[in-house]
Design a protein around this ligand. Structure first.
Ligand code: ATP
Length: 359
């Protein structure tokens, strides 16, 4: 298990700066995700770690080894990409063995390592099948075995599941996490899929225009986004703009057009002051709907009416018109009878779910 340290990395393409001073540390054995809007620099960062790009400034360290200028084959990382890049007419075993043949590993050791790698992704029975005779999910398992067989120092994954259908993606997500944890591999994983990141990462970095917007555990990033960009990127949310009216201790009061909301700061480094402009972020599932005001006497209770609603079985999605604002509210386990649209209802949210962000 190794740690991976990125120290003030800058990568330019001509006049464009793709990475603008990125620093982070991935702990040994950690599954670390890189996320962010298209073009934010995720793939460029992964390629600097793999050795396909050499940065203009900064360093990449595997433990204490400076690998910044080492070519990819000398870094000993396992890689898994979107396109499997397997040889369709060769057998599974031959595909997996390829990296070992290149490294001139003796035949007996090669065979036993191929068998171990296939066993770890549960593909042993398919060793003599041709790649073309496998399903997409099985091919992805072979790609993972091929990455593991070289006993890499770290595993780098770039959208490895994006060619798979939804069900297989779910299955492979857990499989990748299991294999990484069983082999004690440090992994860095690029994806567009937030659910993939939330469900299997130990920690994640959200990138924005070549810089780090936030690093944290999935729960931290989801529940305490540091900025509007992060709150907007991960999950769905309602933004309500306003002005800080009081900020004492943990509790922050924000005056908004739907009343005064009580919340907590997203970024604990920010010390808001009364009078300062702010944006409040409340996730759709954080609201509870009440049919009368008796059930909703706490802070952050607002009056409104249901507009559009979408029933999805386990959840109903409502548009809740509160004064000038149309809020999105999700109700889990919705009742058999739909919510009325012709009378006032109340919605409330706990202050812990009302996140106050710098405007
Ligand atoms: P996506 O999610 O769309 O894959 P990304 O976050 O992985 O995006 P990168 O591919 O790292 O983004 O690109 C970061 C920026 O650098 C983009 O503006 C992109 O246009 C630019 N870029 C990336 N590779 C090159 C290249 N080889 N030559 C010139 N510009 C590049």
């Amino acid at each position: 298990m190794i740690s991976i340290t990125i120290d003030n990395l800058v990568k330019r393409f001509g006049s464009q700066t793709a990475l603008n001073g990125i620093s982070l540390r991935v702990e040994p054995g950690e599954i670390f995700f890189l996320l962010g809007p298209s073009g934010c620099g995720k793939t460029t960062l992964l390629r600097n770690i793999a050795g396909f790009y050499i940065p203009e400034e900064g360093r990449v360290l595997f433990d204490n080894d400076d690998v910044t200028k080492l070519p990819p084959h000398k870094r000993n990382t396992g890689m898994m990409f979107q396109s499997y890049a397997l040889w369709p007419h060769m057998t599974v075993a031959k595909n997996v063995a390829f990296g070992l043949e290149e490294r001139k590993v003796p035949t007996a050791e090669r065979n036993s390592r191929v068998a171990d790698a296939l066993a770890s992704v549960r593909m042993e029975p398919y060793a003599e099948r041709k790649i073309a005779q496998l399903s997409g999910g099985q091919q992805q398992r072979v790609a993972l075995a091929r990455a593991l067989v070289i006993r890499p120092r770290a595993l780098l994954l770039d959208e490895p599941l994006s060619n798979l259908d939804a069900k297989l993606r779910l299955e492979m997500r857990t499989e990748i996490r299991r294999v990484c944890k069983e082999s004690g591999l440090t992994a860095i994983y690029v994806t567009h899929d937030q659910k993939e990141a939330l469900s299997i990462s130990d920690r994640m970095a959200i990138l924005e225009s070549g810089k780090i917007a936030q690093i944290g555990r999935p729960e931290e990033v989801y529940r305490r986004p540091h900025s509007r960009v992060v709150a907007d990127f991960i999950g769905e949310t309602n933004f309500i703009t306003g002005k800080i009216s009081a900020a004492e201790g943990e509790e922050i009061m924000v005056e908004t057009e739907i009343g005064t909301l009580s919340g907590v700061v997203g970024d604990s480094d920010w010390k808001p002051r009364p009078g300062e402009a702010a944006t409040v972020s409340v996730r759709p599932e954080s609201w509870t709907i009440h049919s009368d005001s008796k059930g909703a006497t706490g802070p952050n209770t607002i009056k409104g009416r249901i507009g559009e609603s979408i029933y999805l079985g386990e959840v109903a999605q409502y548009q809740f018109q509160a004064g000038p604002l149309a809020l999105k509210i999700f109700e889990l386990n919705p009742h058999l009878s739909t919510r009325p649209t012709d009378c006032d209802l109340f919605a409330s949210a706990s202050p812990q779910d009302v996140v106050v962000l710098k405007k």
